[in-house]
Design a protein around this ligand. Structure first.
Ligand code: ADP
Ligand code: ZN
Ligand code: ZN
Length: 679
């Protein structure tokens, strides 16, 4: 009889691994291995954990030590490198290791009966490994693309390349051909290779998936995103884990995919905020991807037309290598002309100014498409009563109830509370309630009145609630069944609409005066991105110009001036200088402690206590303050910002500090975010 002690990570808030005894009565079973899943008793339940290490003894007294029920030996173990990645993520973001390793694996792996696993493994075993690579006719690279692909292929060890390529410069082709080289070499040498391609949202850019599948018809491509059904999620995960999938295309969660033969990581649109997880393990998938590439000693490419200023700074200091694609790839395509419409001079009672209306009309006459971008859904952000000053506040949040006219509802976008639209003012009875401001539904109504014969389509979170409906909507735009497309940032992402020659931007100004120091950077990226939807295809012989028109009350603002010139580098340098002068990231490092309570004072008191738990001269612990939107769904929220000139010193402080916070056992709900993005 042999006996082993296994340290097993479980999905619990306790920051430890738990010791279990594994007994093999007949010496017939294989010894358990690090990286295997095991079914163990925990309290009165049975749960699945991951074996982190194997020992011969333990400090746990024999009568407390419990036995492993079963080891999932049918699944090959997760690699030591993968476990190390999870450990790093757990330590860096100050979470228990079990909360990283367990939830990052599919739920169906974690059920008590392994029936589904066995079935899925059979399917994987039946997948034929790739033995050939008949890349379907790649595009002929232009000189710049050629240089970039050469530069990328020259590296096999760790190197972070920032691929700064203007919208439509053919970054996708660079990724595909770089992948092609690695996979081709792998098939020749017989040494397996895998490539991870990360995107902000797969559902909004299905073209990329289609492109990859068409390009590599012989290969297995796994996709990973949060909308997969559990069965599918396990299948895709196993395809990656087994090495059968040569390419994994995924959203931020795919950074933790098990890929034993990973040879290249691509992070497309590396600046996109959706790479940051906003609850639980609040990780930056881009940053973890860079760490993973360094760990594995493989190259990583961060691609964007508007890199994050952090990455730009790394390129400036030489930490990242900058590669550039400076012009559009399609023959005769060029960047659209950007124009500003001064809204001090052009009144637009219904949201659209005369020059913008004229530009849309011209596109309609030519049979071309227009896209209007307004980052505010609903009909109007608020309704009010002129007679008594009543305003549609949410009862549970410090926010307005938004008017949704087609649905005939008022909705709070923070807590999802809903009511009917009141027929009269709740305080004075006035029946003439006024919508204030405009959302996408209002613009849609205006467009319908102005252009009754045009085919108008609105795409936002409201119009695409049904699963698959966004896809259907985008397909109809691609087919040319839509003359005017209107929407929120959902329409700004990487679509390649062939007949689109006009982009109109409605009311982007609010972000210019936001308290969030990152708002400007985000706005610039969003506007470049949406502007980048115009004029992607070749110009027709007569030279149809594509154009971007931005309605603003601040046409002289430096952000818009940079945008007119398509000058991302200029914008980034100004922004970095401001950040340096103001002592903001990336020149300092931050963490944010948030607390929630029924009463604001309780949250603030908790933060005040936290602030004095540990003293450290290198750390600035700011005054606790209420959050910007202080109340959401009846809960009051406050935050404490921690700053430090050094990342290492901040990390050294956070670990013991978070331990003391846990020991306080306060009833207040709190969470810590390292490198916070929304402050
Ligand atoms: P990005 O991701 O940089 O915005 P895409 O990869 O979507 O740009 O490419 C934009 C367009 O240019 C696509 O329609 C693509 O097919 C085309 N394209 C890319 N590379 C080339 C090339 N070398 N020759 C011709 N067309 C190209
Ligand atoms: Zn009133
Ligand atoms: Zn609310």
């Amino acid at each position: 009889m042999s006996c082993q002690i296994l340290k097993i990570a479980l999905d619990t808030p306790l920051d430890t691994a738990f010791d279990y005894r594994w007994v093999n009565p007949s010496d017939t079973e294989d010894l358990p291995k690090v990286g295997q899943f095991a079914l163990v008793p925990f309290g009165r339940r049975e749960v699945i954990g991951l074996i982190l290490s194997v020992h011969t003894s333990t400090d746990v007294p024999a009568d407390k030590l419990r036995d492993v029920i079963a080891v999932r030996s049918q699944l090959s173990p997760l690699s030591a490198a993968w476990i190390e990645l999870c450990r790093f993520a757990a330590e860096y973001y100050q979470r228990p290791v079990g909360e990283v390793v367990i939830p990052s694996c599919p739920k169906n792996l974690r059920v008590i009966k392994p029936t589904a696993l066995d079935k899925a493994l059979k399917k994987i075993a039946a997948m034929a490994p790739a033995t050939s690579l008949s890349a379907a006719s790649p595009l002929e690279l232009n000189t710049e693309q050629q240089q970039v692909v050469e530069a990328l292929s020259a590296e096999t060890g760790f190197k972070t390349s920032l691929l700064f390529g203007v919208t439509g410069s053919g970054k996708t082709e660079v990724y595909l051909q770089s992948a092609d080289r690695i996979l081709r070499r792998s098939i020749q040498t017989g040494e397996p290779a895998q490539i991870l391609i990360m995107v902000p949202e797969i559902n909004l850019t299905p073209q990329l998936e289609t492109n990859i599948r068409n390009r590599f018809p012989d290969l297995h491509i796994a996709t990973m995103h949060s909308q997969l059904a559990e069965g599918e999620r396990m299948q895709q995960w196993l395809a990656a884990h087994s090495g059968k999938a040569s390419i994994v295309l995924g959203t931020r969660l795919s950074v933790l995919a098990s890929m034993p033969y990973l040879k290249l990581i691509v992070v497309d649109e590396e600046h996109d905020p959706s790479y940051k997880q906003q609850d639980g393990l609040r990780y930056s998938a881009r940053d973890l991807a860079v760490w993973r590439a360094r760990q594995l000693d493989i190259p990583i490419v961060l691609g964007s037309a508007t890199p994050s200023v952090e990455s730009w700074q790394h390129a400036a200091t030489g930490r990242y290598r900058k590669l550039a694609l400076t012009h559009r790839a399609a023959i005769n395509a060029s960047l659209p002309a950007v124009g500003l419409i001064d809204m001090e001079r052009n009144k637009a009672p219904d949201g659209l100014s005369a020059p913008l209306i004229a530009a849309i009309k011209l596109r309609l006459e030519k049979g071309e498409q227009s896209l209007l971008f307004l980052n505010r859904r609903g009909y109007a952000p608020v309704i009010n009563c002129d007679a008594c000053g009543w305003i549609s506040n949410c009862r549970r949040c410090t926010a307005f109830m938004v008017l949704h006219k087609p649905e005939r509802r008022l909705r709070c976008h923070h807590c999802s509370a809903e009511t009917r639209i009141p027929s009269a003012c709740p305080t004075c009875g006035n029946v003439d309630l006024q919508p204030l401001g405009r959302g996408t539904q209002k613009i849609e109504e205006t467009l319908q009145q102005l252009f009754p014969a045009a085919r108008i389509l609105r795409i936002d979170a409201d119009s695409t609630r049904k699963k698959g409906s966004a896809q259907i909507a985008f397909d109809s735009v691609h087919r040319g069944d839509v003359d005017i497309l209107l929407g929120t940032q959902m329409v700004a992402k990487g679509h390649d609409f062939q007949r689109l020659t006009l982009v109109g931007v409605i009311n982007p100004d609010t972000a210019l005066f936001s308290q969030d120091y990152r708002a400007g950077e985000r706005l610039f990226a969003q506007l470049m991105q949406v502007a980048g939807r115009a004029g992607r295809a070749a110009k027709k012989a007569e030279g149809n110009a594509s154009e971007v028109l931005i309605q603003t009350r601040y046409p002289a603002h430096p952000l818009y001036r940079a945008l007119l010139q398509h000058d991302y580098p200029g914008f980034a340098e100004t922004t970095l200088k401001e950040r340096r002068d103001a002592g903001l990231p990336p020149f300092i490092f931050q963490a944010l402690l948030r607390a929630e309570a029924r009463e604001l004072q309780k949250a603030l008191d908790f933060l005040e206590l936290a602030r004095h738990l540990l003293a450290d001269d290198s750390i600035t612990l700011n005054d606790p303050v209420p959050m910007n939107i202080v109340r959401v769904a009846g809960v009051e929220r406050a935050q404490l910002l921690i700053e430090c000139a050094s990342r290492a010193q901040l990390q050294a402080f956070l670990k013991p500090w978070v331990e003391s916070l846990r020991k306080m056992k306060s009833r207040i709900r709190w969470s810590l975010e390292v490198d916070p993005v929304d402050i």
